[in-house]
Design a protein around this ligand. Structure first.
Ligand code: 13P
Length: 259
């Protein structure tokens, strides 16, 4: 039985006071007991991660995540943040390979393979994102694209992939991100089942069964209930809807009911 994850990706949004207000309101509205049934992760801008660790802002049971993490522990990489630095701030997860980083920062599969290795080496659980663009979907190339993106994982040494709960995948079709156009349950389940088969080839069926695979792309409280019922959908990586406390709490409740 995989414990669902609801992860907020706040991208480049919110200022310091907005973060404080969100968390205070979130603490008040989060129903008692749901955190035992759902893993909740908030990935704010890197500028605000220290608020979570220094001010102890997050409720117990809610983990901090970063939106990116570098492939080296330290060095001459202006503007970058390493997995070791994030661990030092008590960050538990790092999104790796988000399509916005692939697109706007030209992150290649080789770079992402390095980021995955560094993150796992440091004990930071990667949320590794894969997803096809609209042209690939329309051209019947979805599984080929996902297969190529998953190759970054096959470069990861087996000893770093021991604990399946330390790796999270996110299927985020690029055409669904921020567009209001969500994947159908059939499209999501087909892609998630494909990703699980890839994981199984990598490390065996039992291991693959314990890896959580999240869906991301225009998730809302209205569409999440159906998605989370898919056998291979283990939660959501949420952008827009996670910026609002009421919607984020609702998504967590839906995941808790589906669990
Ligand atoms: P939206 O939920 O805003 O579509 O964003 C999805 C996403 O990119 C999460 O990483």
């Amino acid at each position: 039985m995989r414990k669902p994850i609801v992860a907020a990706n706040w991208k480049m949004n919110k200022l310091k006071e907005d973060v404080r207000e969100f968390v205070q309101d979130f603490k008040r509205k989060l129903p008692h007991g749901v955190l035992g049934r759902v893993d909740v992760v908030i990935c704010p801008s890197v500028a605000h991660l220290a608020l979570f660790s220094h001010e102890g802002l997050l409720p117990v049971g809610v983990a901090a995540g970063a939106q990116d993490s570098h492939w080296e522990d330290k060095g001459a990489y202006t503007g970058c943040v390493s997995a070791a630095m994030l661990k030092d701030l008590k960050v538990r997860y790092a999104i790796i390979g988000h399509s916005e980083r692939r697109q706007h920062f030209s992150e290649s599969n080789a770079m992402l393979a390095g980021k995955l290795r560094a993150s796992l080496r440091s004990g930071l659980a990667p949320i590794f994102c894969v997803g096809e663009r609209l042209e690939a979907r329309d051209g019947g190339q979805t599984m080929n694209v996902l297969g190529e993106q998953m190759a970054a994982l096959s470069d990861t040494p087996a000893e770093l992939l021991g604990d399946p709960t330390q790796l999270v995948l996110a299927y985020e079709p690029v055409w669904a991100i921020g567009t209001g156009k969500v994947a159908t349950v059939e499209q999501a389940q087909e892609a998630h089942a494909f990703l699980r088969r890839q994981l199984s080839t990598l490390r065996g069926e039992a291991w693959a069964q314990d890896v959580r695979i999240l869906y991301g792309g225009s998730v809302t409280p209205e569409n999440f209930g159906a998605l989370i019922k898919c056998p291979d959908v283990d939660g959501g990586l949420v952008g827009g809807a996670s910026l609002e406390v009421d919607k984020f709490v609702k998504l967590i409740e839906i995941a808790a009911q589906g669990a």
